[in-house]
Design a protein around this ligand. Structure first.
Ligand code: FES
Length: 132
């Protein structure tokens, strides 16, 4: 289930050393996906809640740059709506073609009611390598 993409120019959170508020915790339903832009020049991420865990991955499919925030949670992963590649939310790794490269994964923290994402802590996908 998707809550629909939301584009917002998030801003750094004071006292959190680079972490950016992506959305409010209450805006994420279980299985919901939201889009957030991490600062004026920051990356766009798809923020996903699955059970008690919140994940953030790059909002660009590694196949043809389609917005993953428009996808849905399937079997605990995020499915690209264009061609159906399913990305592991912990590693960014796709389940198979047509996507062959992982997407970047960002660190997430919850402070009070705020979901924070670290744009600088993203893993950089490398061809054929999984990220942790
Ligand atoms: S654009 Fe995502 S699988 Fe093709």
């Amino acid at each position: 289930m998707s809550t629909g993409p939301v584009t917002e120019a998030a801003t750094p959170v004071p006292g959190t050393s680079g972490w950016v508020r992506a959305c409010a915790l209450g805006e994420l339903t279980d299985g919901g996906v939201r889009r957030a832009v991490l600062g004026a020049d920051g990356p766009a991420v798809a923020v996903v809640r699955v059970g008690g865990l919140i994940h953030a991955v790059a909002d660009r499919c590694s196949h043809q740059d389609f917005r993953l925030s428009e996808g849905e949670v399937v079997d605990g992963g995020l499915e690209c709506p264009l061609h159906g590649a399913l990305f592991d939310l912990r590693t960014g790794t796709p389940d198979g073609p047509p996507a062959t490269r992982p997407v970047a994964v960002h660190a997430v923290a919850v402070r009070g009611e705020d979901v924070l994402v670290d744009p600088a802590a993203s893993t950089v996908p490398v061809d054929g390598a999984s990220t942790t």
